[in-house]
Design a binder for this molecule. Structure first.
Ligand code: PNS
Length: 161
């Protein structure tokens, strides 16, 4: 059984992430969406909220699970008996950082491979930060996130009660 890990901050999950999950779920037996628990990185949503939003978005996928992880990604990957990390690439600007991440992980754990999936062109401009910015100015985010996430963002920014 092949288990793959899709790690990230997911603050919050966007349609760009969901597109990667959709495609990654088809090339692996089990896909674990792993949410980084990192106190240093200031996130808008709590871990529980981020997991709740991802679980809502992937509820129809039978082979996708959602978990949190802390510490080194490679240790988590080992613990799960996985050896594939999935990352999305939106544009060439993502490449340098992703290369560094993948090479470091490979140095730390030689049996690991990172598979890069090109984000659908439709979502290539999308990021959680951009979505938060638009939501903070009460812009329309319905094309970027699920209705559930849009509602949660509305609540955060005092748009919806
Ligand atoms: O969605 P993001 O913020 O781009 O995801 C980054 C993530 C979570 C994949 C990366 O920060 C990570 O793996 N952090 C865990 C710590 C770690 O293993 N660092 C060493 C690899 S450079």
């Amino acid at each position: 059984m092949r288990t793959s890990i899709y790690p990230g901050s997911f603050d919050p999950i966007t349609y760009g992430h969901i597109d990667i999950i959709d495609r990654a779920s088809k090339i692996t037996d089990k896909l674990i969406v792993a949410v980084l628990n990192n106190d240093e990185k200031k996130s808008l949503f709590t871990m529980e909220e981020r997991i709740e939003m991802i679980k809502d978005a992937v509820k129809d996928y039978k082979n996708v699970e959602v978990e949190s992880f802390g510490g080194l990604l490679v240790d988590y990957v080992k613990e799960k008996g996985a050896n594939i990390i999935i990352r999305g690439l939106r544009a060439v600007t993502d490449f340098e950082y992703e290369l560094q991440l993948a090479q470091t992980n490979r140095e730390l754990y030689k049996d690991i491979d990172t598979i890069f999936m090109l984000t659908n062109l439709q979502y290539s401009y999308l990021s959680s930060s951009i979505v938060k910015q638009v939501a903070s100015y009460k812009g329309d985010i319905s094309k970027f996130v699920t209705p559930f996430v849009a509602k949660k963002l509305g609540q955060k920014y005092g748009n919806i009660v």
